[in-house]
Design a protein around this ligand. Structure first.
Ligand code: GLV
Ligand code: MN
Ligand code: MN
Ligand code: MN
Length: 434
């Protein structure tokens, strides 16, 4: 470790350039414009995702940052420090977007990270440690059913063979397509084990992200500092009943899979509400966000339904006890309705805790800018949850208008994005100096 820290030169975040680039990235989407905002759909390894990746690489090339991609497409833009052998400081996020999303989730962390590095470089900073911007693959679970795919593989918390066999859930996916075939077609080859980075590979990780909730705006706070990230879990349920003609199959003879699925969904809601009532918090949240009905015809009784459940809590034991109650209901539903209900485990992760040193560096950056940031829990999950397995992490949150996210009317102001980017730059400069 070096003994002399470089002096931080005055630097400027180019707010106009950042806004322009966020708007440009938002054009790389496969949905039509929305009346209420900018609708973005950019699913991993689709042509829009490839366009975005190539465009970002071009921006990094212009700055002279080196580029490396791993076997799942995580992409590392590196600004070499004075001592390249020291563990780098990293920042990053994602550019994939769920169907009909907004334009700020993830993108602010990627373009803000790039802007922070460019601003420091333009000002003449010579960081001691290298600084890396990491574009993480498939933070969103849309295509492969599990979120934070790239960061899970970096952290070694997802078995490589299991990852490669994850089915492609795109509506028009080729029969038998999996992550293995889709990533190969996208040009990302090699064993997924090679994505793994050892603990200590990075000296620190800082992710800039929009809050996606209402607290900062409600409390009039300019920024947030994330001290922990709630624990997410995912499950899939397949309900098999018996189909038939919507006119001829009489009601007493029905074993309708969708009616059974509806009971499952309402059981999940009921037990989640009960958990909140018992804890006196709103910390347990559960969502059934997809429901595939087979055969999907108005005049055909549903014979098979697949549901995807996303359930999160700050307390993983409470999350599990909600699941236990739902399972007890499922036994009753399947018996009463003469259907089978199969549960598949997708993931159940622990909460992540920020590193005290990274939180302190962000607080010092805020103090230098004479702002007070709110320390808070992130209820959305982020790649930082998994980067925390290999490095001390923290996140900087930017207020979200009306707390809205995963919707086209998601919005954060250019000023608050620039402020978050400035704090990120100060934090990276500080962490990279020692
Ligand atoms: C990530 O997008 C999440 O669902 O928290
Ligand atoms: Mn998201
Ligand atoms: Mn995100
Ligand atoms: Mn997220």
């Amino acid at each position: 470790m070096a003994t002399t820290a470089p002096v931080l030169p005055a630097f400027e975040i180019d707010e106009a350039r950042l806004s322009r680039e966020l708007a440009e990235l938002a054009t790389m989407t496969s949905v039509e414009p929305s009346a209420v905002g900018t609708a973005v759909t950019r699913v991993v390894f689709t042509s829009d995702d490839h366009t975005a990746r190539a465009w970002l690489k071009g921006l990094a090339d212009e700055e002279g940052f080196s580029v490396r991609a791993d076997a799942v497409g995580n992409t590392f833009f590196r600004w070499e420090g004075a001592d390249p052998k020291l563990a780098a400081i990293a920042s990053g996020s994602h550019v994939d977007a769920i169907p009909h999303a907004g334009m700020y989730d993830g993108t602010v962390g990627v373009l803000g990270g790039l802007e922070a590095m460019r601003a420091l470089k333009a000002a003449g900073l010579k960081p001691l440690r290298s600084i890396e911007l990491v574009l993480l693959t498939s933070e969103e679970p849309t295509r492969f059913g599990i979120g934070c795919l790239g960061s899970r593989l970096i952290a070694g918390v997802l078995d490589a063979a299991r990852a490669d066999s994850l089915p492609d859930l795109m509506p028009k996916a080729e029969v038998g397509a999996t992550l293995a075939t889709v990533r190969a077609e996208a040009g990302f080859c090699g064993p997924l084990e090679s994505c793994r980075l050892e603990a200590g590979h990075y000296a620190g990780w800082v992710e800039l992200h929009i809050e996606q909730g209402p607290l900062l705006e409600r409390e009039g706070m300019p920024l947030g500092i994330v001290t922990s990230i709630a624990a997410p879990a995912g499950y899939r349920f397949t309900i098999e009943g018996v189909g038939g003609h919507a006119g001829a199959l009489l009601m007493p003879d029905r074993r309708d899979a969708l009616c059974a699925a509806s009971e499952v969904i309402l059981s999940i809601e009921r037990h989640t509400l009960a958990a909140n009532a018992a804890s006196g918090t709103n910390d347990t949240v559960a969502t059934v966000g997809t429901c595939d009905v087979h055969p999907g015809a108005v005049n055909s009784v549903p014979s098979r339904v697949t549901l995807q459940l996303d359930i999160r809590d700050t307390d993983p034991e409470r999350r599990e006890s909600v699941m236990q109650s739902v399972r007890a209901d499922i036994d009753g539903i399947s018996e009463r309705r003469a259907v089978t209900i199969k549960e598949e485990f997708v993931n159940a992760d622990a909460p992540a805790t920020s590193g005290a040193g990274i939180v302190q560096a962000i607080e010092e950056a805020c103090a230098a800018e004479k702002i007070v940031a709110k320390k808070m829990v992130s209820r959305a999950y982020h790649d930082s949850s998994f980067m925390a397995r290999i490095a001390p992490v923290a996140m900087i949150f930017i207020p979200s208008r009306n707390g809205v996210s995963h919707r086209p009317d998601e919005y954060s102001s250019p000023e608050s994005i620039a402020l978050g980017t400035r704090i990120l730059a100060l934090t990276l400069a500080k962490l990279a100096s020692a």
